[in-house]
Design a protein around this ligand. Sequence first.
Ligand code: SF4
Length: 232
Amino acid sequence: VKGQNPLRAQEAGDGMQLWIQEVFYTLQGEGPYSGEPAVFVRLAGCNLNCYWCDTEFESSTWRPTLNELLNEIESVRPPFCNLIVITGGEPFRQNITPFLEQLAAKQLRVQIETNGTLFFELPDDGDIHVVCSPKTGSLNQRLVPHIGSFKYLLAAGAVDEHDGLPVASTQRQGESARIARPPQGSSAQVFVMPIDSGDAVVNQANLQACVESALKHGYRLTLQTHKLSGIR
Ligand code: SF4
């Protein structure tokens, strides 16, 4: 059921084992690497529960060691694919620093998808692009310098006329809330993406809201092309 997941706190572990929902090879559907082949690593659990969230990240019983996880990645990764997308749930809910170090050692590029509230250190030598999709009013200040892109989900009728970004709560449907904005002076690219309501008419309006916001404020439109193309 959308948005009914339990709120799971950040785990302080040593990062040598991670709760993993799934590992799979696909095309990245959205954001700066849209269209690019990538291995997705979906970490289990989230510290938020957005009312429209339709991602399954709670049913995992798999907690591999880093070696087991890396073997699984290698078993699905074609040699030409060097992009690993780390998503969730919320990836920074678990200590992913040792995992990122291993990926950097293999010279794999990494994209992390985060809600912006939590953080673990990133290795200095990693090729890591953090995409932050803010869901709450503030961002983790240790994360902020590492954010390469922001991604906002927009719904028609819930867009701030001054900055073209959301004015609605992600946690409670129908309530307004001030979702964190890119910090002043941030050079991160801003993406806008329509919320998938499950209703074609509403989705068309949400898409139109994104188009208007992108044209007016210089953002980049991104769509969930994995849904459009029928892949996961
Ligand atoms: S933060 Fe992301 S994964 Fe967590 S509930 Fe919200 S949309 Fe889903």
